[in-house]
Design a protein around this ligand. Structure first.
Ligand SMILES: Cc1cc2nc3c(=O)[nH]c(=O)nc-3n(C[C@H](O)[C@H](O)[C@H](O)COP(=O)(O)OP(=O)(O)OC[C@H]3O[C@@H](n4cnc5c(N)ncnc54)[C@H](O)[C@@H]3O)c2cc1C
Ligand SMILES: *[C@@H]1O[C@H](CO)[C@@H](O)[C@H](O)[C@H]1NC(C)=O
Length: 480
């Protein structure tokens, strides 16, 4: 146990906001000494995610082993008014885990059980330490898979907390469509056995308010998600992938719209602009034509089915001046392609070594997508800042990836301006300031314009009801 000077010495870096004589010993008595860490390096490790936001180390990092410990820590934090920040895998890109007011970071990785797999019901229950790749490895021999794919190997509960999606959404839905029930620990330590009732997993229900959905996208501000019952899908028997280059953004997006209009059950349809293609070529050693490009994937239960889908889309792409439509069912070829897409973020960053990645994430009605992407590209070019555009275009969702030199105030301001402009454009056409990354610390100020005062006030009232002392991830999502 640490006391007095010894305690203070541990916190030599960063400012300590919430450390009292009592804090550490109490946490150690709940969790065991080995599950309470206060070294500067550990605190720094947990003070940030993958975003450009600066490091805000928590005062202490704890690793609960079970829901009862989560509950006890929450109860104590609530009694003493100490911030409590849930931590999944730290792959977020809006500064969700940064401890802006210090406090207790709760790393949930040790709770990593996969339980109650039901092959007949297409669902299973995961604890918060389970990542999507771990879940899919576990499911390998069952014929089932978990579809939501943000690229990064995020924790499934962290994905629930951010309202994540990614490629695949166009066919299988976002995490919002793929959760059946959640176990949540509230700010005062109350364990909600299930937002739908403990152990329940109906495919549908009209029983009261949808509390499951309330916690989707709550970013650690309403409760700690300690397990999630998620939907699974039958693994497609046949998969094929394709790429197609276009003379301009508009023709690429028009092909997407026509594909959706014909109800072709496309599994993924991703857009990469020419700057991103160039980055992927050099990072992943490919030689794709430097042009706006669509990456596509088709799923089906027979080979003829995926072949037919690909043929339909090829015709659509050709009629929109798409050139060189290449499709393949070769596993290696498909892996190469999707690995390149999943590495888009790192590929963009590799173009400007030493800079931090800054991502925007807007979602607009598809009818406005081509124009918004086009205007955004022109805006980036005029600014002189390096940036690429990638998009889950089947959903009207796209990101700009900027490389920013944090030491250069002019560049930082230019990137912030570009990011504000994208949001403005999205809101002006009836879209949203975030399709999937969440609000975190960077987008708090856009919410009022997007939602309007009364809707925002309902959100604030919910926050006050569930977390009256404001201990859960304070300063995130809402300005409170
Ligand atoms: C290269 C790259 C590509 C990405 N692409 C996509 C993409 O295509 N689509 C997409 O949606 N996202 C994408 N992301 C963002 C990221 O993967 C998601 O936001 C993911 O959902 C975060 O999960 P996590 O477990 O890492 O959460 P963390 O980063 O640990 O936490 C994120 C937020 O959720 C809260 N939280 C975490 N776990 C819990 C819990 N158990 N209970 C309550 N609150 C919790 C945290 O407090 C924080 O506010 C990408 C990230 C990277 C680095
Ligand atoms: C409630 O919300 C969840 C999460 O968004 C969703 O998956 C589910 O279908 C909704 N309805 C019910 C009855 O749970």
């Amino acid at each position: 146990m640490l006391r007095g000077n010894a305690l203070r010495r541990c916190f030599s870096s960063g400012s300590l906001k919430n450390v009292t004589e009592e804090l550490i010993p109490k946490l150690e008595s709940i969790l065991g000494v080995e599950n309470v860490k206060t070294s500067a390096s550990v605190r720094e490790h947990y003070g940030h995610d993958e975003s450009h936001f600066r490091n805000y180390p928590p005062d202490v990092v704890v690793t609960p082993q079970c829901v009862e410990q989560v509950s006890e820590v929450a109860k104590f934090a609530n009694d003493r008014r100490v911030p409590l920040i849930p931590f999944g895998t730290g792959t977020g890109i809006e500064g969700g885990v940064n401890a802006i007011r210090g406090g207790i970071c709760m790393d949930l990785k040790a709770m990593d059980e996969i339980k109650e797999l039901s092959v007949e019901n297409f669902d299973c229950v995961v604890q918060p330490g389970v990542t999507r790749k771990a879940l899919n490895n576990f499911l390998r021999d069952t014929g089932l898979w978990f579809s939501v794919d943000p690229g990064a190997d995020a924790s499934v509960c962290g994905m629930v907390a951010t309202g994540a999606s990614g490629t695949n959404t166009v066919r299988y839905g976002t995490i919002i469509d793929n959760v059946r029930n959640l176990e949540v620990v509230l700010a005062d330590g109350t364990i909600l056995g299930g937002t739908r009732g403990k152990g329940r997993r109906p495919r549908k229900s009209s029983a009261g308010y949808n509390l499951t959905q309330l916690f989707v996208g709550s970013e650690g501000t309403l409760g700690v998600i300690t397990s999630a019952c998620v939907k699974l899908h039958a693994r497609p028997a046949f998969i094929s992938a394709a790429v197609c280059a276009f003379p301009d953004v508009k023709s690429a997006v028009q092909s997407v719209v026509e594909t959706l209009q014909r109800s072709i059950p496309i599994a993924r349809i991703e857009f990469l602009d020419s700057a991103q293609i160039e980055a992927c070529n050099s990072y992943s050693n490919l030689n794709m034509a430097k042009a706006p490009t669509l990456f596509l994937e088709f799923h089906g239960s027979a080979e003829s089915e995926v072949a037919q889908q690909a043929q339909f889309v090829e015709d659509i792409c050709h009629s929109n001046k798409g050139s060189d439509f290449k499709w393949s069912t070769e596993q290696d070829e498909m892996n190469r392609l999707w690995t390149a897409r999943h590495n888009a973020w790192y590929a963009a960053l590799s173009q400007r070594p030493g800079r931090r990645g800054f991502s925007t994430d807007v979602c607009v009605p598809i009818s406005h997508l081509a124009r918004v992407v086009d205007e955004t590209r022109k805006d980036i070019d005029a600014s002189g800042v390096f940036g690429t555009i990638v998009g889950h275009v089947g959903d009207g969702n796209f990101h700009c990836i900027f490389c920013v030199d944090e030491e250069d105030p002019k560049e930082r301001a230019a990137v912030q301006q570009l990011s504000d402009n994208v949001v403005k454009r999205a809101l002006a056409v009836g879209g949203t300031c975030t399709g999937e990354h969440g609000i975190g610390m960077g987008k708090v100020n856009y919410l009022k314009e997007e939602l309007g005062e009364s809707t925002l006030n309902v959100m604030k009232a919910l926050k006050r009801t569930l977390d009256p002392n404001g201990i859960l991830n304070p300063g995130k999502v809402l300005d409170m």
